[in-house]
Design a binder for this molecule. Structure first.
Ligand SMILES: [Zn+2]
Length: 220
């Protein structure tokens, strides 16, 4: 009888614990929703959504762009003229420094901020389907970069890619265009394109498997 009673008690304890966990999760979600809701004003914040349906104006230039080449960098660069927002650069430097410590070397950053005018040139050179229309490229946000390594096989088959896809969210980055989400993002698989959204949002998207489109929608 005593044993039975004890069991019952621990069952109740488990239920209470579950309830507390659910409450904590709900509070966390509420806080997250409020936080991102406040941040989701168009054209501001790290979860800024840019795609063909949500283009940036021609005169949108992010604040506080830094030239990566002039900063301490644990990665290589395809050019000495690659710019990102300071916050994005600092997170990316932490990430590639950690990668280096884990024995992952040779990352080459090939592209960062791209102005509306530059994107118009890229679009004219490559054409629809191969490049984003001016205003519709995430590169205009200064929050996105492209990366690769020297490989004949394709970046997605390298261990450096494996490390990045596993750890990017810990530094606030998401792989913006996954292979199985082209119907939602409107962009086919881009293993090289990473987007800064902040650690909280990136971790959340990692847990839920959401794209930025789905995440922003779920935040209302
Ligand atoms: Zn890109």
């Amino acid at each position: 009888m005593a044993k039975k009673k004890k069991k019952k008690k621990s069952g109740l304890g488990g239920k209470l614990l579950g309830l507390l966990l659910a409450l904590a999760l709900a509070a966390g979600a509420f806080q997250l929703g409020w936080h991102f809701g406040a941040q989701s004003t168009r054209f501001t914040g790290n979860i800024l959504l840019v795609n063909e349906a949500h283009p940036l104006p021609a005169d949108y230039v992010p604040e506080a762009l830094v030239n990566l080449y002039e900063q301490r960098h644990s990665f290589r660069m395809a050019s000495s003229e690659i710019y990102l927002t300071r916050e994005t650069y600092e997170a990316m430097e932490r990430m590639f420094h950690a990668a280096e410590e884990a024995g992952m070397n040779g990352y080459i950053v090939t592209s960062g901020y791209r102005s509306y005018e530059r994107q118009a040139e890229v679009y004219a050179e490559n054409g629809a389907g191969k490049a984003q229309k001016p205003g519709a490229s995430e590169h205009q946000t200064g929050l996105a970069f492209d990366v690769t390594v020297e490989t004949s096989a394709g970046f997605e088959s390298t261990p450096q890619y494996g490390w990045l896809i596993t750890h990017a969210h810990e530094y606030g980055f998401i792989q913006r265009y996954p292979a199985n989400k082209a119907d939602i993002t409107g962009i086919s698989y881009e293993p090289w394109h990473y987007r800064y959204v902040g650690v909280e949002a990136a971790t959340r998207m990692r847990q839920t498997g959401q794209t930025l489109e789905e995440f922003v929608e779920s935040m209302g």
